[in-house]
Design a protein around this ligand. Structure first.
Ligand SMILES: Nc1nc2c(c(=O)[nH]1)N[C@@H](CN(C=O)c1ccc(C(=O)N[C@@H](CCC(=O)O)C(=O)O)cc1)CN2
Length: 284
């Protein structure tokens, strides 16, 4: 039997916890944690995700600061907005929504975010801290995946985890976070030769390739834990990187799309914003 992992439920619990902790932080420190979202351009999916993040931030009692820039905004214009937010002592965290319109250098813009406000965990400094296993803010999606695995009691130490995808947003930090928890980690991607023979070794398979339905039953060891990070809008509705129907009765645990990893991305963003606010120096 395949058990579906309920990301919505865990995300709800984390969001409720964050809301309680925000209230406590406001009582004790007299400061309201705030997230600044920066949206460049008119990508419809990005607009939906940013709206969902802002609504979750407000629901948790945090401050919602938003900057929208047109699709043709220059590198210097986006940089100026980030620099202004970096200086603003009322802003605890800054999130630059990805992907950016073509022509903008995302890495250079992300690196203008001070590490203490890097609630997406994507700056070179945050990535370096993670690579070293040092404390720091972690990227939201891989942090959400780990939280789901922990909630389900999936043992990580010694388990063979295969991460399919090597993006800065998910695959690379996911591999490093699993390694930090003493999993045996293999990183594969859409170009990996004989991919199925690699993924079939996985006790835990995390798929983040951006290729709809890339992974099917042939790629999965019976009983394995399968985490589908992909999300694609198709005429038939939302679909992941995994052909979920094929895995029914084959995988041990599976995250559904929708309702699996996606809601955790937003829950972990709230948790990171709270952590950033608590770590920021007080004014007095
Ligand atoms: N700066 C960032 N940009 C992007 C990130 C990120 O973590 N930081 N991640 C993705 C998109 N993303 C958040 O931005 C995101 C994707 C999916 C969901 C989600 O809740 N999905 C739901 C379905 C919602 C729907 O109907 O579309 C689900 O899976 O159940 C939240 C956030 C790229 N950009």
């Amino acid at each position: 039997m395949t058990t579906l992992i309920d990301g919505k439920k865990t995300a709800r619990e984390i969001r409720a916890w964050v809301a309680d902790e925000v209230a406590r932080t406001v009582r004790e420190r007299g400061r309201v944690p705030a997230l600044a979202t920066v949206l460049v351009g008119d990508d419809p999916a990005s607009a939906v995700y940013v709206a969902a993040k802002r609504s979750a931030i407000r629901e948790a009692g945090m401050g919602d600061v938003h900057r929208a820039l047109p699709p043709h905004a220059s590198q210097a214009e986006v940089a100026a907005v980030i620099d202004e937010l970096a200086q603003d002592r009322d802003v605890s965290g800054i999130l630059l929504q990805l992907p950016l319109p073509g022509g903008l250098d995302a890495g250079a813009l992300i690196d203008r975010i001070p590490a203490g406000k890097d609630v997406d965990g994507l700056t070179t400094t945050s990535a370096g801290l993670l690579a070293r296993g040092a404390d720091g803010l972690r990227p939201c999606t891989p942090a959400g995946v780990l939280k789901l695995l922990d909630t389900e009691g999936v043992p990580l130490r010694g388990a063979h985890a295969v991460v399919v995808g090597h993006s800065e947003l998910v695959g690379r930090p996911m591999a490093r976070m699993l390694l930090q928890r003493d999993a045996t980690v293999t990183v594969a991607h859409r170009h990996t030769l004989r991919l199925a023979s690699v993924t079939r070794q996985a006790d835990i398979l995390v798929v983040a390739t951006g290729v709809p339905g890339l992974i099917g039953a042939d790629h999965v060891k019976p009983g394995a834990v399968v985490v589908d990070v992909g999300i694609h809008r198709t005429p038939g509705g939302l679909q992941g990187d995994v052909r979920a129907r094929e895995l029914d009765g084959h995988a041990g645990l599976l995250t559904p799309v929708p309702g699996g990893v996606g809601p955790m991305t937003i829950a972990m963003l709230l948790a990171n914003t709270l952590a950033a606010a608590r770590q920021s120096p007080s004014r007095s």
